[in-house]
Design a protein around this ligand. Sequence first.
Ligand code: SF4
Ligand code: SF4
Length: 382
Amino acid sequence: MADSKRVEPDLKFVKDLKAMGADTLKKCYQCATCSVVCPISPEERPFPRKEMIAAQWGLQDRLVGNMDVWLCHYCNDCSTYCPRGARPGDVLNAARALAVRAYAWPACLGRIVPDARYWWLLFAIPAAIFLVILGAAGHLHIPEGEIEFAKFFPTILVDSIFVPLAVLWIPITFGIGIKRFMNEIHTNAVADGRAKRKDIVLPDFLRSLVCVVPTILRHSKFEQCTQNKDRYIPHLLVLFSFLGLFIVTNVFFVALYILHSPGPYSQLNPVKILANASAVALILGAVWLINNRLKDRGENVGRGSYFDWSLLILVLGLGVTGLLSELTRLVHLPAIAYPMYFVHLVFVFCLFAYLPFGKLAHLVYRTLAMAYSHYSGREPCE
Ligand code: SF4
Ligand code: SF4
């Protein structure tokens, strides 16, 4: 007699999916139009129809830990053509949000960060920490004279907060999440017969990782979309502005601690130009993306969940407060410049501290899923 496996629908998981924006998933009647129209789904075992079955049955292990969920770029071609209005794009988006939550460590942050009820708490935590530190250091006042942010929030204090976040918190918390993620997608691939070996062969996987980097930098998957093609340029703007700001932060760190050049720097300094250009690109990209989300694309295409919007607001806030800090410093408005700098640091803290638990984590998980897809022979490199 053939082995049979009893399928136990996880109704709590279905409820969680709906709460994350997949409220239409029950409408699906398995016509497969979505898998046919998806411009980036491989021909063999295409998505998202099979994920719609898993979502309807609440098969958590078939969605969380499914690399295909991450290969989806949320272009919504499938949702546009779905005859039932089941919005498969939103269902996969919700599955990604729950995957981020499932891999999160500490688990409590995985629950709090994507929960709209706690947005104020996420901002209140760094604000309170900063106020205590500034109060203890006797810096809770607007300094006199020429505006220098280090007079208000000394660089050594800023770095004593952000360096541990960057070199300890993110690598440890994200590292645990990534390990769980890779274990799960590999285990599923072995179970499906897509991967032969029990362990991932690291050199081969790293080669696959290098192989997908150009695809990500060119955003060529986004280019294949037809419905949300207009997300291509703003998405690129945000990606490259983050890369620019990453370079700027590291150069300024080296300038301060190795070259002993504390700044402020001339506006004509090439690194400063890169910083300002990145800030402008960040704001432009965020406003463009928000505008795209607000466009009416018919009732089949949703406008995203709190999970998506929280990242857009964070990115916009980061860019706007950074640029306003700089502009108000240049025109000498200390009563605005210093508080604005404080708020900017709160946004930066939120970006660093909550990175593994929110939408921004997709940057890493999708990159790894694309690399694994190549590694397991599911997709060639472009
Ligand atoms: S999600 Fe829509 S298009 Fe896809 S199988 Fe279900 S009903 Fe068909
Ligand atoms: S949202 Fe786009 S990429 Fe994702 S399954 Fe639908 S058509 Fe494919």
